[in-house]
Structure formats: C-alpha cells, structure tokens
Write a protein that binds this ligand. Sequence first.
Ligand SMILES: Cc1cc2nc3c(=O)[nH]c(=O)nc-3n(C[C@H](O)[C@H](O)[C@H](O)COP(=O)(O)O)c2cc1C
Length: 174
Amino acid sequence: MKDSLRIGIFYGTSSGNTRQVAGLIAAGLGKQAKLVDVEFAKVSDIEMFDMLIFGTSTWGMGDVQYDWGKYLILTKKVNLSEKTIAFFGLGDQRNYPECYQDGMGILYEHFKDKARIIGYWPSESYRFTQSKAVIGNMFVGLAIDQDNEALLTAERIKQWCALLRNEMNSEQTI
Ligand SMILES: Cc1cc2nc3c(=O)[nH]c(=O)nc-3n(C[C@H](O)[C@H](O)[C@H](O)COP(=O)(O)O)c2cc1C
C-alpha cells in the first residue's frame, strides 16, 4: 500500500463499539488512516480520500446504524468511480441470527456499483441463519461481534488489514 494513499475510515456508532473497532483498524493500517464519525460527516469529506472504509453496526431488526441512514441519503449521487471501498460491520450473531450484520449489507448495496470493492471476508466461522451482508460464503466485509466474540476481534482485524494491503497492491478482487 503506497504511503501517499489517503484512507478514510467512516464509522457510525450508537453505543461506541464501531468507533472502537474503527480505531483498531486505523491502528492496523498506520498513520495514513483517518477516522471520520458519520454523525458529523459532510459529503465533501469523502473526496479527501482515495480509499474509503465504511463501518456500521446493525440496529432494530436488520437496520443500518442511525447516522448512516442519513449519510446514505446525502451520498446517493456522489461520484466514487476513482475510489476503492471496503466495509466492516458490528453485529450480534447470538441474538440476531436472522439479520446478522444486515447493516453492512445495506451499505454494500448502496455503494457496490459506484466503486471498486475490496475486503470480502469468509463467513464459515460465524453462526447465524441469515444475513444481507453475505454473498455465497463470503461477507461483503469484515464482520465483528463484540457481544459474543470480542476475544477474536484483534486477530480478525489483523488478518483483514493484511488482506486490504494485499488487495490494494494488486488489481485483483473476487
Ligand atoms: C436493540 C438492538 C438491536 C440490534 N439489532 C441487531 C441486528 O438486527 N443485527 C445484528 O447483527 N446486531 C444487532 N444488534 C447488535 C449491535 O449491532 C451490536 O451490539 C453492536 O456492537 C453495536 O455497535 P455500536 O455500539 O457501534 O452501535 C442490536 C443490538 C441492540 C441493542
């Protein structure tokens, strides 16, 4: 990954978990990664970065986090054709197995045709029945479960950051 690459980690959080994970991802990617809280983000903030990492938790029964709901409306028409995007999500697979990580799936649906997408993540090691964030046997981004599997978070982030670095260094996506 080039040192000059500007990475923006945009996160939406309601009780702080996604902010915490965004911070860990930033630490994993180095000082070129900047954190942006979607609650206060403007559409023009997106333009400052080459690579965008979008993170959301899931609320209700399969809803995207509240601040993202508003930001998705704002970013409907934004031109992202020169950008690379990766996603991460926070969810609770034990209590919400039928809509696990749906918020991340909603972000993906919104942005998937607008930019190059990287950072798909295997879903085998998770237990859930349904998710809008799954295509085949892959999540559309990194799935984190701080409610049930917080002990796995650090290693998952480490592996995912390595994956992003690899994919940024090649043109290859799945
Ligand atoms: C009322 C409520 C509804 C939730 N709904 C879902 C859901 O539909 N799917 C899911 O995967 N997780 C769901 N969760 C779990 C949260 O996404 C999870 O706790 C997450 O870590 C919260 O992150 P945040 O503090 O960044 O908002 C829900 C949690 C609560 C308290």
